[in-house]
Design a protein around this ligand. Structure first.
Ligand SMILES: Cc1cc2nc3c(=O)[nH]c(=O)nc-3n(C[C@H](O)[C@H](O)[C@H](O)COP(=O)(O)OP(=O)(O)OC[C@H]3O[C@@H](n4cnc5c(N)ncnc54)[C@H](O)[C@@H]3O)c2cc1C
Ligand code: FES
Length: 281
């Protein structure tokens, strides 16, 4: 599969989510070449390489529902050269994308399972893609739970959607913020607490629960132990890792995670693959 050729895309919509993070809807304006996959066809948890002219390229997770119409949603935080250049590009402006890359969440193993989704901060971006896919075929899954934590209420991403999600009868949503502030209206369970505290009182059947985890890597060290204590096996916990990347296809070695490569072996890994790997977490 040739994912090395970037394809042109237009910025069709920009929705500001927080002070430094926005949801960009791109529309491919160029067709994939022969044998080239479309960057708009992906599995939740995969990522693409986004380039902005004059700034370079950066890996960004897919954040929306896999579409067949060439549109792509990306939730991007202004962090450095590429992401700042994207934020400075106006509506209708042009960027380029190549992908999809890597392994996403193993949705094929989620059928019939309870899915306990946990996201911290920007981790909500890849998790939203997974959540949209699960809700699209809601009947295939058992209990669906979303635990999402952010630094402050104003840092919660997708506030416009969280209220509707919290009102659904077939999805349990619990939110936590590190510091006080006014919680978004319509969301009943916004607590001042750290993300693992949201596990308290939750009824978990460890033998039929899978846990997709997306957060800053520093959070995994305190998110994983309480899950193991609840009896959830290491292979049932899947986490998304971030490493600095260049080629995206396993050639340059920039994204090494011990003996694994984040771009091709991940970015989603079962915790059982990482737990004994030095430097992975
Ligand atoms: C699989 C994957 C998925 C991702 N998904 C998303 C997403 O959905 N949304 C999103 O906003 N971000 C996402 N990221 C993170 C994003 O790719 C990085 O923040 C990327 O560095 C942004 O590129 P940039 O050019 O804007 O920033 P950079 O110029 O690369 O700078 C980003 C930060 O890294 C620091 N930095 C620069 N060079 C180095 C270096 N050599 N070593 C260490 N630190 C350095 C800078 O000081 C700055 O703080 C993802 C990363 C990966 C690997
Ligand atoms: S980014 Fe080059 S090997 Fe992963």
């Amino acid at each position: 599969m040739n994912t090395s050729v970037p394809l042109a895309a237009r910025i069709n919509a920009i929705r500001h989510l927080t002070e430094d993070t926005a949801l960009f809807t791109l529309q491919l304006t160029e067709r994939p070449r022969q044998h080239q996959p479309s960057p708009a066809r992906f599995h939740p948890g995969q990522f693409l390489q986004l380039s902005v002219a004059g700034a370079g390229e950066a890996p960004i997770s897919y954040c929306g529902f896999p579409s067949s119409d060439g549109s792509i949603e990306l939730c991007v935080r202004k962090a450095g050269r590429v992401t700042a250049a994207l934020h400075e590009t106006a509506l209708g402006g042009q960027v380029a994308v190549r992908g999809p890359f890597g392994h996403g969440f193993p949705l094929e193993h989620y059928a019939g399972q309870d899915v306990l989704m946990m996201a911290g901060g920007l981790g909500m971006a890849p998790l939203r893609s997974l959540m949209l896919a699960l809700l699209h075929q809601r009947e295939r899954y058992g209990q669906l739970t979303l635990l999402y934590g952010a630094k402050a209420p104003e840092a919660l991403l997708f506030r416009h959607e969280l209220g509707d999600l919290a009102n659904r009868k077939d999805l349990l949503v619990r939110l936590a913020v590190d510091r006080a502030g006014e919680c978004p209206p319509g969301i009943p369970s916004c607590r001042i607490a750290l993300l693992p505290a949201l596990l308290e009182g939750l009824c978990i059947a460890p033998d039929r629960t899978v846990v997709p985890l997306c957060g800053p890597p520093s959070a995994y060290r305190f998110l994983i132990p309480p899950l193991l204590e609840r009896g959830i096996a290491a292979e049932r916990i899947q986490l998304s890792l971030e490493r600095r990347m260049q080629c995206g296809v396993g050639r340059c070695g920039h994204c090494a995670v011990g003996t694994l490569l984040c771009c091709v072996d991940g970015p989603v890994f079962a915790y059982s693959m990482l737990k004994d790997l030095e430097g992975a977490l």
